[in-house]
Each structure stands twice: as structure tokens, then as C-alpha cells.
Design a binder for this molecule. Sequence first.
Ligand SMILES: Nc1nc2c(ncn2[C@@H]2O[C@H](COP(=O)(O)OP(=O)(O)OP(=O)(O)O)[C@@H](O)[C@H]2O)c(=O)[nH]1
Length: 467
Amino acid sequence: MKTSAYVLLFIFWISTFYASTIMAFAEFISLWYMPAGVSIAGFLIFGKRAFFPIFLAVFFVSFRFIEQFEQGFDPAHLASALLFALAHTVPYGLGGLAARHWLSYFIQKGLPQRIIGLLVIYAISALMAAICGLLVWEFTTENYDHILEEGWFAWWLGDLVGVMVIAPLMCLILPKLSHTRLTWLDEFYAHDRRLSSNLKPFLLKLSIAVATVIGILILDSYITHRGVAYFVFFVSIPQLWIVLTERTSYATNSLVCITVVMAFGVGVFNVSDQAITYQFALYITAAMSYLAISIPALMQRNHQLAELSMLDLLTNLPTKWLFKTLVTQVVKSSRPNQNHCIAMYNLDHFKKLNDDYGQAIGDEVLRQSAQILKNELRDSEILCRCEQDTFVVFIPNTDIDEASKRANELRHKLPVLHIDDLILPIRGSFGVAQVQFGETIDQTVERATRALQQAKLEGRNKVVAIS
Ligand SMILES: Nc1nc2c(ncn2[C@@H]2O[C@H](COP(=O)(O)OP(=O)(O)OP(=O)(O)O)[C@@H](O)[C@H]2O)c(=O)[nH]1
């Protein structure tokens, strides 16, 4: 960790602390405690080296330097500042390190599992920080006896919102500014690379979210019914809309915007008696955003898998699955008197070729011969690799006789390949079958396979047709 990263962490901690105090609607009471997010993200990104700048920052704000200077040095005050620094840094340190371990060690696990683990770690560390902070407060301050029972829930929720909202923002900013690359963090923002950086639709959705918050705050300040504040949970809808359709980095920023507006609004519109409801709404919105981040990632993975199931990796030809889908569409949309055929071919003595010259030469033969036959096809014909060295061609608008002639033409197009110093004449046996009315493509393929077997039995390098 470079010195600049230490300084950065310290500055972020101090500035978010003062930003939190601006947004407090009463002394020490705010919807969120932003520095908690900086602390946990600091440990998450930099590991245990983050201890020093964070400890120093908490000590800096807890130890009232000017008071000490004016009234004389008080060792009890120094001890309490040190205890506060420990009460904050240790729980968030352990939480940040646990999250770092969880995310990097379980990189093979799916994103949803890792996110759920993260949410649990965040909740436990914020609870520990709340309990430790209040215990230190109770221990170091006179006339505060029941502060733990009374204050733990609000402190916990405030810290938790700070963690949930600020940690992702820090995970965006800190690695960039400190030139730290964390591969296990990249996956969270993988969605960003595929989406455009067009700000307009994002700003529109963000405006809807912000307008929802302000509208509810205004209503809440005018209507004294307690239930009005619950409507603020609706803000999770535009926020989810952003998460699912916009860059993850935009969703991170929108969460911060919504929280800032809500935190200021509770003070401005004087609805602090409902603070817990607003805090809860922020926590739920943030937690839903975290979980929803994995949906675009899963969609992307599904897309990749679909592509893999459609194209054969070696020959780049359609797979049997895609072939069946395309051919079924053509057959279904045909007139009843339209004939279609399929020609299945298998390379002759391919096993020997593999054994004599090796698998790599065998692969090259499959690739090149498939490419050559593909170039010979008419636009309406479809070639696919069925399995191993077996291929199928769909020959539309032809009856069995024409298809046999066409298969024979293709058989003659099988090349003599020149690979490295080898000269390899490629031969193949063909089986042709006509698509019968009402049968599935699998049934036609089955009959073509039988014809192909017949061609092999009859000495190979020939075409056999089955009606
Ligand atoms: N190089 C290579 N070989 C493959 C691939 N897939 C299957 N094979 C091999 O292809 C061979 C297929 O042999 P067959 O078609 O059963 O037998 P053959 O030697 O061609 O004999 P006939 O078909 O009776 O003429 C097997 O040895 C497989 O191991 C592949 O992707 N690349």
C-alpha cells in the first residue's frame, strides 16, 4: 500500500465523517453513518494495512484537540478517544477482512452466494461496531447508564446503511485512485463493459427515484398519519430499474444520491420521528440492489452458454441443436407438397487418420473439410456438425432423387488436403433421407443414419438413399 493510499483513506474517512454530521437531523442522529462504509471498504481493498489510517482518522475526530489545548491535557479523554478508535476499527477491520477473504476465496461460487455472504458480514460487523461504540460511550461518559439498550438499534441501522451505500462507492473509487487491481471485484462491474455510458436514460430514472423520495417526504410533513412514511419503500422500484438496466457503477451512484436526498430531507422536512422507517427503506433498497446485481451477470452467462450450445467450437458450424431448431422452422412453414431432404455424411477411416497422424491433424481435417463443403452450399442449405466426424446437410425444396444427386456432388467436393507435409485425400460416405409428412427431424436423421450405415457396409465413399 503506497503512502498516497494511506492519505486517501484518511481523507475519505474524515470527509465522510463531517458530511455525515452535516446530514444529522439531531446531535449524533442521522439516517446513515458514512465513515463505516469507508472503513469496511478500506479493509476490503487494502487488507489489514488499512488499520493505521482508519484508526488514526477515528482518533482524530474523537480526540477534541482544541478543547485539550484550551483546558489542559486530560489523560481520560485520550483514553476514551483511543477506545472509540478501537471500538470502530476492530469490528470493521474484522468485517472487511472477512469480506475480502469470502469474495476472493470463493471466486468460483456464483455471485448470489457471494453477495449473501457479504450482506451477512456487513450486518454482523455493523452490529459489533454499534455495541462496542455504545459500550465505550457508556463506560467513558457519566450519566449514561442505559445507552446500550436504548441506542443499539438506531446506531446499528445507521451504520449498516452507511456500509451498504458507501462501501460500493469506495470499491469503485479507491482501486482507481490507488491503482489497485482486484480481479474478484471486477465481476461486480462486469455488466458495465457491455452497456453504453449514455447518461440520459439513467438521469431520467434517477430523477424518478429522487422525486419519489421528495414527494413522500413532503406528504409525510403535511399528513400526520404514521403510515405515510412507509410509502418511501416505493423508491426501491426505480432503484431496481436502474440496477437491472444501467451500469452497476451508475446504480452505485444512484443509491448514494437517493440516500443523500433522504438524509437531508428528513431534517429539512422535519420528519425525524419516522427516521427508523426511512433507514429501513434505505437498507432494504440497498440490499435488493446488491442481490439484483447478480441478475445481469447471470443473464450474460446464459447468453454465453446459449452461444456455446449453438456453434461447434472446432468447425464453427451450427450444432445439432441449432440445426434442428432452424430445420424445424423451415419444415413447419412449408406447404404440404414441398419436399425437403437431409444428407448425413461421415468421413471414411477417420480413426486411422487420427491414429496415424495425431489428433491435431485430425482436428485440422475436420475444420478444413467442413469449411470447404460449407463454401459449396447453396444459400438455402444448412450444414451442421452432428458429432465426431459426422455432419448433416439440410437440402430444402428437393425430393429424394434430386437430393441424392446433390449429395453425390458434395461427396466429390470433399478435398485432397495439404496439411504440413502431408497429402490427405478425404473421402466420405453419405446417407440421404426425405422428411416425411408429420415426422420430427430426429426421425428423419435416424433414417439418414441407417442409410449412412448402409453406405459404409457397401464399401464406403458412396451415397445411399432411403425414402
Ligand atoms: N481429431 C479429432 N478426432 C475426433 C473428434 N471427435 C471424434 N474423433 C475421433 O473420430 C473417430 C471416429 O471414428 P469413426 O467414424 O467411428 O470410425 P472411422 O475410423 O471413421 O471408420 P468409418 O466411419 O467406419 O469409416 C474416433 O477415433 C474419435 O476418437 C474430434 O473432435 N477431433
